[in-house]
Design a protein. Structure first.
Length: 255
C-alpha cells in the first residue's frame, strides 16, 4: 500500500514551546487513520501543518512524492488535500444545493454567471445532488443553509469538501458541539465515505468508541511527539499509551 502522504521530522516551535516535535509518520492511501492524544498533545497543530495554515520550523510534508511544505492551503486543496469545517465559500443565504453546486463549479473552474439560465448548471446540480445523498442532506437541498441545524451544517461542509474532489479528508473533531442526538448522523456520513474506499481519511476525535469502530490505524501524540502508531487493538493494549493517555481518561471527551 502506497504511503502517499508523509511527514519527515516535522517540527514547529512557538517561542520556546515545541508544539510538534520531529514527527515522522506515513498515512496509508485510502485508509482511515485517527489521531488521538491528551489536550495540548499537538493534534490540531499537526492538522494546521498538513493543511497549510501553519508552516513548519523544520522538517517537511511529502504528498505523492512532492514536498508540499511551502504550499498555501488553497494550493493544497487543488492538489487534493481538504480540511473540514474551514471552508470559507459557504453562503448562509443560499440553499444547501446551491452551496454544493458552487463548490462543484469551482472544481470545474467555471465562473458563476448571474444571468445564465439555470439549465446551464444542470450537470453541476446533478453532481451536487449525488454528494448531498452521500451526506444524507438530499431531502433538504432546497433549505437555506443558515436554517440548518449545527450537525447538518457540518454535513454540508463535508459535502463541499467532497465536491472539491479531495483525495485526503482531514476531519478535525467532526462531532464537536453536536448534541447526542446529532452524533449518529455524522457518524453514518463518515462511515459512508469510508466505505466508498476512494479517499484517505485522517480524523481527530475524542470519542473512543467512534475511533475504534472506524479506524484502520491510530496514531497517538504526546507532548508533540509520536508516541505510538498501530491498529486500534495495538493502541488499546499499548502500556505507554495507557499510561500517557487512556489511563483514567478513556471516557473523558474534554481531553
Amino acid at each position: 500500500m502506497a504511503m502517499f502522504l508523509e511527514t519527515e521530522d516535522l517540527t514547529i516551535n512557538f517561542g520556546g514551546h515545541t508544539a510538534v516535535d520531529h514527527v515522522s509518520v506515513s498515512f496509508l492511501e485510502k485508509k482511515f487513520t485517527s489521531v488521538i492524544g491528551p489536550n495540548g498533545a499537538g493534534k490540531t497543530t499537526l492538522f494546521n501543518l498538513l493543511s497549510g495554515q501553519l508552516s513548519p520550523t523544520n522538517g517537511r510534508i511529502v504528498y505523492k512524492g512532492q514536498d508540499i511544505s511551502k504550499l498555501s492551503p488553497t494550493e493544497r486543496v487543488r492538489r487534493g488535500i481538504g480540511r473540514s469545517f474551514q471552508i470559507t465559500n459557504v453562503f448562509p443565504n443560499l440553499t444547501v444545493l446551491e452551496n454544493v453546486r458552487l463548490a462543484v463549479q469551482s472544481q470545474a473552474k467555471v465562473r458563476y454567471q448571474m444571468f445564465a439560465h439555470f439549465k446551464h448548471y444542470k450537470q453541476f446540480e446533478e453532481k451536487a445532488m449525488e454528494l448531498l445523498k452521500v451526506v444524507l442532506l438530499d431531502s433538504k437541498h432546497e433549505m437555506i443553509a443558515s436554517n440548518l441545524a449545527h450537525g447538518e451544517k457540518r454535513k454540508l461542509e463535508i459535502a463541499m469538501l467532497l465536491a472539491l474532489d479531495t483525495e485526503v479528508l482531514l476531519l478535525d473533531e467532526p462531532t464537536a458541539g453536536m448534541s447526542i442526538e446529532e452524533v449518529p448522523a455524522i457518524l453514518d456520513v463518515i462511515k459512508r465515505i469510508k466505505e466508498e474506499e476512494n479517499r484517505t481519511i485522517v480524523l481527530i476525535e475524542h470519542k473512543m468508541d467512534m475511533i475504534l469502530d472506524l479506524s484502520d490505524e491510530v496514531m497517538v501524540l504526546f507532548h508533540g511527539q509520536l508516541l505510538a502508531k498501530g491498529t486500534p487493538e495495538d493502541i488499546m493494549n499499548n502500556e505507554q499509551v495507557q499510561s500517557a493517555y487512556l489511563g483514567g481518561s478513556y471516557n473523558d471527551e474534554s481531553a
